[in-house]
Design a binder for this molecule. Structure first.
Ligand SMILES: NC(=O)c1ccc[n+]([C@@H]2O[C@H](COP(=O)([O-])OP(=O)(O)OC[C@H]3O[C@@H](n4cnc5c(N)ncnc54)[C@H](OP(=O)(O)O)[C@@H]3O)[C@@H](O)[C@H]2O)c1
Length: 423
C-alpha cells in the first residue's frame, strides 16, 4: 500500500508520543483503516537533544522548509506549541495545500481567523481534536455528531493540572501552594505554572469549544478569566458544608444570540456529574436542545492520550477526499456584558449587632436575594465572624456592586465564587 508522506513540527512529549503510536500501532491502523503513513521529516530546535523516545535521527531537521516546502509531504502534524512560529508555519503549510493536524490550542485560539481562512481559501484540511482535552473526542462530537442540536451550554473541566490541585485541596484540606509544589515535583505542573493556574490554558480551549458550539467566533480575548491562585482551604471547606465541590470550570452559554464565556473557580453540587471528575481527568458537559445533557470524560493530557487524538485526526484526514471547514459564520459572537448565576460569598464581618441586617440590606438594595446563610464563630481577627451566603440566581454586576458599596469598617470581603449546575 502506498504510504502517505507526513512531516512533524516538533518532537517533544507529544511528538514522541505520536511517533511511538505510529510505530507500534501503524500496521494495525493500516489493516483496520486502509491507510499507512511514512514520517519523512521532523522539525526540532536542537538536533542533538536526547528525546523521550528513540526517534530515527536521520529524520530530524532544524530547517522548517524541509517540512513546509517539501511537495511530497501531504500532511503536517504540528506539536511545537506556542503562538509563533507555530501559527505562521501552519498557515504556510495550509497555503501550500497541505493538511494540518495540530494539538496547539494557543495558536488556534489566538490566530483562529487567519488559520481557518488559510485552510478555507486553499481547501486544505485542518484538524485539531488534540487541542482540547487530549484523548476526549469533544471536537468531533460537536462538529460531527451533534449538528442536529442548538447547543445551549458547554461546561468543562478542561485543565488537568488545576483539577489535580483542587481535588487534593478538597480531599486533604491542603493549601494551594503545598499542592502546587507537589504537582510540580510529580511533573503534573510546569515549573512556571501560570498558563494552567491562571486559567489561560482553559480560556484558549473554551474559545475553541464555544466557537464550534455556537457557530460564531468567540475570541479568546472575550473569555472572562480568573485562576485558582486565590482559592483557600477555608472556601473549599465552606463549600463542602453547602454540599458543593470546587472546580476550575470553563463555562460557555448562549441565549438569544448572546454568548457568555468564562473560566473561573466554580462550585458545583456534589450530585452534579462534573463534581466527581477528579485528579488530572477532564470532562465536558454539553446541553443541546435535542440531545439533552451529556458528558464526555477522559484523559486530557499526556503523550499517549494526546497522540490518540492526533493519530485519529491523521487517519480521518487521510481518508477524507474533500475537507470540510467548521460551521462557523463570519464575525465575532455578541458577548454578554453580565451573567446570572448563584454566588457563594464569604466575608469577615464585625461581630456586633446590626451587621447582618446591614449586609442583607445592601444585597437587597441591588436585587441580590439570599438563599441561605451560615455564620461561623470567631474569624482570624478577634471580634469578627465569618458570614457565608449562598444567593439565589443573581446578576454578577449586582453582586459586585453590592459588595463594593459595603463599608470596610463593617465587613472585609473574603471570596466570591460562582455556583453552576444548581437548580
Ligand atoms: N503535553 C501535553 O500533555 C499536551 C496535551 C495536549 C496538547 N498539547 C499541546 O501539544 C503541543 C506540544 O506540547 P509538548 O508537551 O510536546 O511540548 P514540548 O515537549 O515542549 O515539545 C515541543 C517541540 O517543538 C520543538 N520546537 C519548539 N519550538 C521550536 C522552534 N521554534 N523551531 C523548531 N522546533 C521547535 C521542540 O524542539 P526540541 O525538542 O529540539 O527542543 C520540541 O521538540 C503544545 O501545543 C501543547 O499545548 C500538549
Amino acid at each position: 500500500m502506498e504510504k502517505i508522506a507526513i512531516g512533524f513540527l516538533g518532537c517533544g512529549n507529544i511528538g514522541c508520543g505520536v511517533y511511538k503510536l505510529l510505530e507500534s500501532y501503524g500496521a494495525q491502523i493500516e489493516a483496520n483503516e486502509g491507510v499507512a503513513f511514512d514520517v519523512r521529516k521532523i522539525l526540532v530546535r536542537s538536533l542533538g537533544k536526547k528525546r523521550a523516545y528513540d526517534v530515527d535521527e536521520r529524520l530530524l531537521t532544524d530547517k522548517p522548509e524541509d517540512v513546509l516546502d517539501d511537495p511530497d509531504i501531504a500532511i503536517v502534524m504540528e506539536f511545537m506549541g506556542g503562538n509563533e512560529p507555530a501559527s505562521s508555519y501552519m498557515i504556510r503549510a495550509l497555503e501550500h495545500g497541505k493538511t494540518v493536524v495540530t494539538a496547539n490550542k494557543m495558536a488556534l485560539a489566538s490566530r483562529w481567523d487567519e488559520i481557518v481562512a488559510a485552510a478555507r481559501e486553499h481547501q486544505s484540511g485542518l484538524y485539531y481534536e488534540a487541542s482540547v482535552c487530549g484523548a476526549v473526542p469533544i471536537i468531533r462530537a460537536i462538529n460531527d455528531s451533534l449538528q442536529a442540536n442548538r447547543i445551549t451550554s458547554v461546561m468543562g473541566i478542561i485543565n488537568g493540572t488545576t483539577n489535580y490541585i483542587l481535588t487534593r485541596m478538597s480531599s486533604e484540606g491542603a493549601a494551594y501552594a503545598d499542592v502546587l509544589a507537589d504537582a510540580q515535583r510529580l511533573g503534573l505542573a510546569e515549573p512556571d505554572p501560570t498558563a494552567d493556574v491562571e486559567g489561560y490554558d482553559a480560556a484558549y480551549k473554551l474559545s475553541i469549544l464555544s466557537t464550534l458550539a455556537f457557530h460564531k467566533h468567540v475570541p479568546v480575548t472575550s473569555v472572562y478569566r480568573e485562576g485558582i491562585t486565590n482559592v483557600t482551604p477555608l472556601d473549599v471547606q465552606c463549600g463542602k458544608e453547602f454540599g458543593l465541590t470546587l472546580k476550575l470550570l470553563a463555562v460557555a452559554k448562549e441565549e438569544d444570540g448572546v454568548v457568555q464565556a468564562r473560566v473561573h473557580p466554580t462550585f458545583v453540587p456534589n450530585a452534579h456529574p462534573l463534581a466527581s471528575v477528579n485528579n488530572a481527568f477532564n470532562a465536558v458537559y454539553v446541553q443541546g436542545h435535542a440531545c439533552g445533557e451529556m458528558m464526555f470524560y477522559g484523559r486530557g493530557a499526556g503523550d499517549m492520550p494526546t497522540a490518540s487524538a492526533l493519530v485519529s485526526d491523521l487517519i480521518k484526514a487521510a481518508k477524507t477526499k474533500r475537507h470540510t471547514m467548521p460551521a462557523v459564520a463570519a464575525g465575532d459572537c455578541v458577548m454578554a456584558e453580565d451573567w446570572h448565576c448563584v454566588h457563594f460569598i464569604r466575608m469577615q464581618a464585625k461581630d456586633q449587632p446590626g451587621v447582618l441586617s446591614y449586609v442583607c440590606g445592601k444585597f437587597a438594595e441591588h436585587g441580590v436575594s439570599i438563599a441561605s446563610m451560615v455564620q461561623k464563630g470567631e474569624g482570624e481577627q478577634s471580634g469578627s465572624v465569618q458570614l457565608i451566603f449562598l444567593t439565589h440566581t443573581a446578576s454578577e454586576k449586582a453582586v459586585r456592586t453590592a459588595l463594593g458599596e459595603m463599608d470596610s469598617a463593617m465587613v472585609i470581603q473574603g471570596s466570591v465564587i460562582r455556583v453552576e449546575g444548581k437548580q
